[in-house]
Write a new protein. Structure first.
Length: 246
């Protein structure tokens, strides 16, 4: 089976995952609701009395959506990566002629792409609402963001975000492999991530003190650690699944 066939199979299965498609639809609706209420509140004349109840509801909704998004950002890719273990079909997939090497890398790529598409769907309606009602301010904000990328630090921030997202998926998959997709493995991932964060922050602070500068660019350190995570955990996960008894 070719890499493209494995990829098509993974994407087809991801798009037929009804439970999480419903979750994505609910998040999309709630984000649209929050954006709609926000547009209404911002469009009101604040010299007049604005409903405190509505403002409290909006603040609560936004905080709740933020927490839900954090949970979704971990649980959804974990589900996509662990489904073959939980359904006990990974051995059948490998026995059907799929190379473990191809399966490993295609699984990571398909998970990254599926998550990206989910976030694009969730954020589509809020962006349309903001663009429709505050088009001048929205376009100005986009132009300011685009112009900021003329600075090297802005590009570093972009690279750091990309590599951090990839590192998250790679570490998650490593934990999925060693725990065989057990849900408690999420807490193992959180522990690993917490330890890496403490270590990277210690290095960043040490470098800032050594350089005697409070403006020490931290994106270099963060990007370096993200790349190191990708290489180290990617290699560890690859070697583990290559030799794992399925």
């Amino acid at each position: 089976m070719t890499k493209s066939s494995i990829f098509k199979m993974e994407m087809y299965r991801n798009f037929r995952d009804k439970a999480y498609l419903i979750v994505i639809a609910i998040l999309t609706g709630l984000f649209a609701l929050a954006a709609g209420i926000g547009v209404y509140l911002f469009s009101q004349d604040h010299s007049l009395s604005t409903s405190n109840t509505l403002m409290i509801f909006e603040a609560t909704l936004v905080i709740g959506l933020f927490l839900c998004t954090l949970a979704f950002a971990i649980v959804y890719p974990w589900h996509l990566l662990s489904t073959d273990y939980n359904n006990k079909v990974l051995s059948l997939v490998i026995a059907s002629g799929v190379k473990r090497t191809d399966y490993y890398f295609v699984k990571i790529f398909a998970t990254i792409l599926t998550n990206l598409m989910a976030y694009l769907v969730i954020g589509f309606i809020p962006v349309v609402l903001l663009l429709g009602f505050f088009n001048k301010d929205f376009i100005l904000a986009v132009q300011n963001i685009a112009s900021s990328f003329t600075s090297s630090e802005a590009w570093l921030m972009l690279f750091d975000t990309i590599f951090s997202a990839i590192a998250m998926i790679v570490v998650l998959y490593f934990v999925v492999i060693i725990t065989r997709g057990k849900f408690w493995g999420i807490f193992v991932y959180l522990g690993i991530n917490f330890g890496i964060s403490i270590f990277s922050n210690m290095i960043t602070v040490s470098l800032a003190i050594f350089a005697n500068s409070s403006s020490m660019p931290t994106f270099w350190v963060s990007t370096f650690f993200s790349v190191a995570e990708i290489v180290a955990f990617g290699l560890a996960g690859y070697l583990k699944i290559k030799k794992q008894d399925l």
